[in-house]
Design a binder for this molecule. Structure first.
Ligand code: ZN
Length: 278
């Protein structure tokens, strides 16, 4: 869609499944299963929604999905049933991976950054976006390079190192304008180095909160994934972001919702109502 001086598109890179309890944290299953019915293994389906932003001079991608460099075991764990659709979705926008100038990664978990690496025809791993600067918070990079027992399964550390070896990594610290009208802010919460992205041109404003508000089922305050390292920080950021969306009319891009990719929020009594923009 046309969005001020930008053109913005949402693409679904793939879908995966995650334990429903992990996704909804302290909320009991008897409540969350009504919002998102689980499969027979208690898993809920999530989409990997990426944003493509075309500016006058750059093609920008927010997050990169899971990619196609997963092992059979990893595919099974994540319930991945089909190959990455990135190539096809970019082609629908007249783009190839080589045309991408900037990749902004909310964080480096496998479902957001797995796609920065591809397997070529001979099975070797290579950077998928060879002409792009990849924007990552410095804290996130350090955590992904030295994961601990809790975080190690969520980062594909060896794959990520390819970005640094290929000189495609651009580390930022805190708040930065990474392109004209596009800012990143360090949120903490989900991971200490998690970042949100704000895209703004006059009255055209979209917030990408990443995994701080992954779906329209996560608008209520205690709905915080149990994988979040600092859930109270997630709640504090969520409060700020919801306020921005309701009172300052920012649109909200959900990174994992299977129906609403970009929504408009409004207050309806004690609840928040979302209407679908895309
Ligand atoms: Zn995620």
């Amino acid at each position: 869609m046309k969005f001020g001086k930008f053109e913005i598109f949402s693409i679904v890179e793939n879908s995966f499944k995650i334990d429903g309890g992990a996704m909804f944290g302290v909320v009991p299953k008897i409540i969350w299963e009504k919002l998102t019915p689980p499969d027979e293994k208690n898993r809920v389906r999530l989409d990997l929604n990426l944003l493509v932003i075309k500016t006058k001079s750059e093609n920008i991608l927010i997050d990169a999905g899971m990619g196609n460099a997963l092992s059979e075991k990893q595919k099974k764990i994540y319930g991945i049933e089909k190959p990455s659709e990135l190539k096809r979705r970019l082609a629908e926008l007249d783009l190839t991976a080589e045309d991408v100038d900037l990749v902004i990664l909310t964080h480096l978990h496998a479902d957001h950054a797995g796609g920065v690496v591809k397997r070529d025809e001979s099975g070797n791993k290579a950077c998928r976006f060879p002409n792009a600067r990849h924007i990552v918070q410095i804290k996130e990079w350090n955590d992904a390079m030295s994961p601990d027992e809790r975080t190690t399964a969520t980062y594909f550390t060896e794959n990520l190192k390819l970005l640094e070896e290929s000189n495609l990594l651009e580390l930022v610290d805190g708040r930065n304008e990474v392109a004209d009208g596009i800012r990143v802010i360090n949120t903490g919460g989900h991971t200490p180095g998690h970042q949100a992205i704000l895209v703004e041109d006059g009255d055209n404003k979209i917030l990408c909160p990443g995994d701080i508000i992954p779906s329209a089922s996560h608008l209520r305050m205690p709905y915080v994934a149990s994988v979040d390292l600092f859930p109270r920080e997630t709640m504090a950021q969520k409060r700020k972001f919801l306020d921005l969306c309701i009172n300052d009319e920012w649109l909200l891009a959900f990174d994992h919702d299977i129906n609403i990719k970009i929504g408009k929020l409004e207050k309806a009594g004690n609840e928040i109502k979302v209407s679908q923009v895309i």
